[in-house]
Design a protein around this ligand. Structure first.
Ligand SMILES: Nc1ncnc2c1ncn2[C@@H]1O[C@H](COP(=O)(O)OP(=O)(O)OP(=O)(O)O)[C@@H](O)[C@H]1O
Ligand SMILES: [Mg+2]
Length: 353
């Protein structure tokens, strides 16, 4: 079942009447059976969006549809959603089994069936052996999976996960995100996964939705959004190390950095921001751009060159090259730039040219 948000706006009003537009005229259709990453910086409106889909918040404007059904005025418990909160809370005095079965008590599922469904869900998320433990006897990742099993036990139409991995350490985060992907595949349930971690969203999502300041910025398959960012915000938000941004200009259909042509662009003469992905530099003795290497970091397969004092700016730039190039700090290296790794943005609006 797909989910559609139509012109959704949410405004919070404080006691002093000051207003925050948390979500601004949001339009999207989330395809059935997919895992969608809802991504953006802190405060951009991700949780607010999720809670409106869940029915815990009511939009000031717009409608929400599950399939063809308008659910905007429907109570949360009638929507058929499973929700895992940003700070998931298990009931500490209950066992894992009791925690998972809890949502079924309210809807009066017979005990026998409830037990079976709880066990099935626990098996699905890989904690079937831990049913008699209390939450404090579990690792963070195991607790997380109990929360997911509890969200799934009512057989929801939609699974909503709000930063479900934020309390886990790096290694467990990786393992648990793969687990979530597997569970989503096996159940085929339409899932929205909220995170501010771009790598996490890129790695498990069928599609990502990027938000900033309550406004949808771009939607698409992760690699497509990375390869074709619509604006400076999107280009900056995706990628580690981040894209290198340099002041430049367009003159006679040429894009110039420090007076040298780096690419062509059929646009009017103007000042621009040029973005080059760290992997877009190619070492070439006849290259068009010479840079002095300030520092070299080699981690496994890749070497990162750090460039400073470019254009007299305080910023440093990062370039990823193959580790077999033995480059030392102080070396002056010439590069060519791959045309599909370079992006040109309007300096005022940030729109891609
Ligand atoms: N109950 C509320 N009352 C007033 N303002 C709120 C309320 N809830 C959220 N906001 C504001 O709305 C905006 C969006 O908040 P939201 O919680 O949706 O952000 P988020 O993207 O989930 O951020 P984070 O990544 O930090 O969880 C923020 O500016 C926030 O301060
Ligand atoms: Mg949030």
């Amino acid at each position: 079942m797909d989910i559609t948000l139509k012109e959704i706006t949410k405004i919070f009003q404080a006691k002093d009447k000051s207003e925050t537009v948390a979500v601004n005229d949001f339009n999207i259709t989330i395809p059935s059976g997919k895992l969608i990453g809802l991504l953006g910086p802190s405060g951009c409106g991700k949780s607010t969006t999720l809670y409106m889909i869940a029915g815990l918040l009511t939009p000031n404007h717009g409608r929400i549809y599950f399939g063809d059904e308008d659910v905007t005025d429907m109570a949360p418990e009638d929507r058929g959603i499973g929700l895992v909160f940003q700070n998931y809370a298990l009931y500490p005095h209950m066992t894992v089994r009791q925690n998972i079965m809890f949502p079924l008590e309210n809807i009066k599922v017979p005990k026998e069936e409830a037990l079976k469904r709880a066990q099935d869900m626990a098996d699905l998320v890989g904690i079937g052996e831990l049913m008699n433990r209390k939450p404090k006897q579990l690792s963070g990742g195991q607790q997380q999976r109990v929360a997911i099993a509890r969200a799934l036990v009512k057989k929801p139409r939609v699974l909503l996960l709000d930063e479900p991995l934020s309390n886990l350490d790096a290694r467990l985060r990786l393992a648990t995100r793969e687990e979530i992907k597997r569970i989503q595949r096996e159940t085929g349930i339409t899932t929205i996964f909220v995170t501010h971690d771009q790598e996490e969203a890129m790695s498990i999502s069928d599609e990502i939705i990027l938000m900033d300041l309550g406004i949808k910025q771009q939607v698409g398959e992760p690699q497509d959004v990375y390869d074709e960012p619509k604006n400076l915000f999107v280009a900056k938000f995706l990628g580690t190390p981040p894209i290198n941004l340099m002041p430049g200009e367009i003159k006679n259909k040429q894009v110039l950095i420090r007076g040298s042509k780096v690419t062509g662009k059929a646009a009017k003469n103007q000042e621009v921001v040029v973005g080059i992905r760290p992997e877009g530099f190619e070492i070439d003795p006849n290259g068009i751009m010479e840079l002095e290497v300030y520092m070299v970091e080699t981690i496994g397969r890749d070497t990162t060159l750090i460039i400073k004092n470019f254009n007299d700016s305080a910023k440093s730039y990062r370039i990823i090259v193959d580790a077999r190039h033995r480059i030392k700090p102080g070396d002056k290296v010439k590069f060519n730039i791959e045309s599909d790794k370079i992006f040109v943005f309007n300096r005022e609006t940030g729109e891609r040219l």
